[in-house]
Design a protein around this ligand. Sequence first.
Ligand code: 13P
Ligand code: SF4
Length: 295
Amino acid sequence: MRKPIRREDALVLAHYYAPDAVQAAADFVGDSFALARKAKESEKKVIVFCGVSFMGESAKILCPEKEVYLPAPDAHCAMADMASEEEIEKMRATVPDLAVVTYVNSSARLKALSDVIVTSSNAVKVVSRLKEKNIYFIPDKNLGAYVAAQLPEKKFYLGWGCCPIHNATTAAEVRAAQAAHPDALLLVHPECPEEVRSLAAYIGSTAGIISYAERSDAKEFLVGTEAGTLYELRRRCPEKKFYVTRGDFLCEDMKKITPEALERVFRGEGTPVEVPADVAAKAAVALNRMLELGA
Ligand code: 13P
Ligand code: SF4
């Protein structure tokens, strides 16, 4: 067992999908882009990342000098390995003038094989700033299609991956939710399929959805993303009403990050995140490029 970590020595970051009590205990809650930036900019030497494993890995890659802990190291994003080295090599060998653009919801190994990383909040901006005409977008086919629709000057080759939770959302279920809440504006994450995105008043990252709802004059919203986001929406807009498009819009892995798991890290029972040096060095180039182009 390690030495206990003093609370004041650590920066506790939480994603909007973490359980409410964990978000309440964090120093900063955000979407994956804001959290990566916070980790990098913090002066604290210890980061406790209340998110799934790719988030902790990305923080460690961006700040190799810091100790990064994941309260639930077994909490993984289902999409993180939905692309392969062979597929990337084949694309590089056959398509000229190609940039391999990888969604941050990916393993460190995939990031190391990429030209640049994107998140749902900066993908359009980052890709629009690339000089390459051809874009191989992995692993999320839904986010890739959303970005492609806004950048007709580029040619996109989409991967086959997706978030099983967002991808399971259907237009029929959204229409049923709209019938139950006829005055609610529909706000969805770009990981939802096209048939759902096409119904939405707004498409954006978790942080984008929250700031849209905050700025909007509407009083009711139907939210097409993980239900944990409702905690921050209700905290910021207590006078507005929020519903999720389906009752079980839940990422089970994010829910493994319990207050007890967080406490264990402070008691010295956690293991710091490690990324093999060769993988980390290559992935750092692609991640830092995102911070530069996405700013
Ligand atoms: P954000 O980029 O909006 O934080 O989303 C991350 C994610 O995992 C969505 O499922
Ligand atoms: Fe991954 Fe989906 Fe969970 Fe987001 S909601 S972390 S994309 S499995």
